[in-house]
Design a protein around this ligand. Structure first.
Ligand SMILES: Cc1ncc(COP(=O)(O)O)c(C=O)c1O
Length: 428
């Protein structure tokens, strides 16, 4: 038999198996909807949170304690993606994704004309980093806890354009963190680019105070909001940042590869756009009358992105916001804070071998904890967790050599206990 024919048969059988799997998937997608409960849901109401858990296809074999990397989507989101794609694939409809900007804007306390659709946090960070009018010698304040997605664009500009990156380590209290930031200020400070919540240990930074201080000192304030929306209630106008990059695929539990960037309306004339295309323009130009002027950009944050998007994915983002609102963001925040505190308390009860990196201060913590087990290799511990089907994350960033555990609404205290048992064994 020729190699081509063998390949054809192999591919044909794979296609057949794929087709056989479809009915199963369709059954799952029709999971019964969540009851509509208005008002407060207690963080300890396990009956309700168990119903929430049933909305996720997430396997029960594993304790998934790594929402900080990726938020699994519930069935209604997955179904919305399918339907959104069918709209194009069945009827040839095009466009429609722009409507999601309005929904996202409302969700984070912004106006529709301040939201650019992106594919992840990294896209948004790069738009801001490259668009800021910085020159050689200008200083940018950052933390020692950056994700590569925020660190690398600025370090790249440092290498290519000679800007200067200065760093501080977040402290155990919001007040001391602010003091450390202020201590880095010089006449050359032009921007601060810090995470709302660092990926390393989940500490909530005092972003409102940071933005107020930045404004008073004429400094651009950019917040890497990878871990904000969906974990915390967000009001970007109240926060006062110039720009905020986030995604829907972590705490919002939306489709992977969907992000958004907030750029304050007044700031759009300062933040230069470079990556432009269909939709970035105001529609009032033609090739017979070039060159164009800056007024040719869209009079909104749409100037920062262009081209075709995937309607299905953005229908999924809409559905993710609806899902969150059915439960109530406040209820979600309370539940995940409760699980975060439960995890923290259990870790601390294991004694002095545990070196917690996340603050215990109420305003600085939520659903993520980072820690080390003294004298124990973090990668070996990560391996042991994986063997026991507990998914966490290693934190190698900036030589922290620690582990991170993050919980969302599909988790419960039994899963945390399963993880704590593994930690306890290493502490004995
Ligand atoms: C704080 C922080 N910033 C940026 C990123 C990059 O996000 P994305 O993969 O959506 O670009 C992450 C991802 O984990 C992160 O935790």
């Amino acid at each position: 038999m020729s190699a081509n024919r063998r390949n054809f048969i192999k591919q044909g059988s794979a296609a057949l198996l794929g087709a056989m799997a479809i009915p199963n998937l369709m059954e799952n997608i029709q999971a019964s909807p969540l009851p509509n409960i208005s008002g407060e849901i207690l963080p300890t109401d396990e009956t309700y949170w168990q119903l929430v858990r049933q909305q996720f296809p997430l396997t029960k074999d594993w304790a998934y304690l790594n929402n900080g990397t990726m938020g699994p989507s519930p069935y209604p989101v997955i179904e919305a993606v399918r339907k959104g794609m069918m709209d194009g694939d069945q009827f040839g409809n095009y466009g429609g994704w722009e409507a999601t900007s309005a929904k996202l804007a409302k969700f984070v306390g912004a106006n529709e004309n301040e939201i650019a659709l992106t594919h992840n946090v990294t896209d948004g960070i790069n738009i801001v980093c490259w668009g800021l009018p910085l020159k050689k010698g200008d200083e940018v304040i950052m933390t020692t806890h950056e994700h590569v997605g925020n660190a690398f664009p600025w370090l790249n500009r440092q290498m290519l354009h000679g800007i200067v990156v200065k760093v501080f380590t977040p402290a155990a209290t919001a007040e001391e963190t602010l003091n450390r930031i202020k201590a880095l200020y010089t006449k050359k400070t032009r921007a601060i680019a810090v995470p709302h919540i660092p990926c390393t240990q989940g500490q909530i930074l005092p972003v409102k105070e940071i933005c107020t201080w930045a404004k008073a000192n004429n400094i651009f304030a950019f917040i890497d909001g990878a871990h904000g929306p969906g974990q915390l209630e967000i009001d970007l106008h109240d926060m006062g940042c110039d720009a905020y990059a986030s995604c829907s695929h972590k705490w919002m539990l939306g489709p992977k590869g969907t992000g958004f960037l907030y750029v304050r309306k007044d700031f759009q004339s300062t933040l230069q756009t470079y990556f432009v295309g269909g939709g970035s323009d105001n529609g009032k130009w033609n090739m017979a009358s070039v060159p164009i002027a800056t007024g040719t950009y869209a009079d909104s944050a749409h100037r920062y992105y262009g081209g075709t998007q995937n309607l299905g994915l953005y229908k999924g983002v809409d559905a993710a916001i609806d899902f969150i609102e059915t439960i109530g963001l406040k209820n979600i925040h309370n539940r995940i804070s409760y699980l975060g505190k439960y995890t923290q308390d259990q870790l601390l009860s294991l004694g002095e071998k545990i070196e917690l990196i996340t603050p215990t201060e109420e305003r600085s913590r939520c659903a993520v904890n980072g820690f080390r087990i003294k004298g124990f290799d973090f990668s070996k511990f990560y391996g042991k967790c994986a063997d026991a089907k507990v998914r966490i994350r290693m934190v190698q960033e900036n030589g922290l050599n620690s582990v991170r555990v993050s919980t969302h609404i599909y988790n419960n205290t039994q899963e945390v206990d399963r993880f704590i048992e593994l930690v306890r064994k290493e502490c004995q």
